[in-house]
Design a protein around this ligand. Sequence first.
Ligand code: PLP
Ligand code: TYF
Length: 394
Amino acid sequence: MFEHLKPQPADKILALMQMYREDPRDQKIDLGVGVYKNAEGITPVMRAVKAAEQRIWEDQETKAYTGLAGDPAYADAMIGLILGASVPRGNIAAVATPGGTGACRQAFEMVRMANPSARVFVSNPTWPNHLSILNYLGIETVQYRYFDGETRGVDFDGMIEDLKTAKAGDVVLLHGCCHNPTGANLNMVQWQEVVNLINERGLVAMIDIAYQGFGEGLEEDAQAARLVASSVKRCLIAGSCSKNFGVYRERTGLLMAISDDAAQTALNQSTLAFLNRQNYSFPPDHGARVVTTILQDEALRADWAAELEEVRLSMLGLRQQLADDLQRLSGSDRFGFVAQHRGMFSRLGAAPELVEKLRVDHGIYMVGDSRLNIAGLNATTVPILAQAIVDAGV
Ligand code: PLP
Ligand code: TYF
């Protein structure tokens, strides 16, 4: 039977990661996969994570199963982090999931269960896994305009025009902050307009928030999710701790389903628990326990927030340095968007041939759509990248 299997397309980002590893050149620069790296090129375990792990090692008395939703304390802590007090706790159903990917997957499964004919509107472009999982589940997708290739900002008029074609019950998937892959984000006035449209048309909002704390700050980056969650009748929020706690491989995520009705919330909670059971029974606990330990302890939380802020500021510094170098070398302001974008990524808007040329000629690895991971740079490699970009005629 297995001979009937067909080869599946590889994840382009992960394939690039492999290609980089196999490149023998010393001067190569990895701007591919979205992993934070410090100036030494290391993805460190955060101080508070180490401390929490030590505490768990000392205090944990059992590794017996938690519950299908994971540890309720983890959900409470993450709800506090993402939503603050913007939504009454009683309106939120939540389960731990294996990473933000797991949260997206479970969210899409819930959509399909609730309304098999619902379409999911995704930004053009979006994180490739969104499309890949939606296609795999047989859910119809519609792309809405998002990135303006000229300004490298958001094509907001195009976005609204396209979202107006959504029908009641369709889902609108939005990146809560730090859009992947473009780095271009809505301002709060635009978010309000999107919320109004969602409400007018009876759409279902879904927020994927994987970079809280990487853009404008922990609270600022949650503003859009809070606005949406507190203004719509129902929504889904997929959260990830991979980046902001640096616990990538621990697979630590949370899915929330929010409604304005207690009975509906109970049904949502049991549905989410059911979906967890169908897919893997209990969600992973270690990363969730680390995150809970940090968020519940004042000192650990403050230290984590301080280290996260250092990470955020270092990426902002690299953005500014790159924008300045590009301005100087090109003698034009056309790269100013690099300093305006937020999060780990910027989409340069370069043709695939140029991206390929940068890889072949300079050992500079970025995703084929010209997404670069700002955190892959350091003070030494920024000028090298800037020169290569200008020489290539981007
Ligand atoms: N959503 C987006 C937009 C992402 O960029 C990522 C990747 O980091 C995720 C979700 C989920 O990542 P993970 O499954 O590693 O938590
Ligand atoms: O976009 C990125 O680079 C990150 C990491 O299948 C990632 O979100 C990439 C591909 C993938 C899972 C995570």
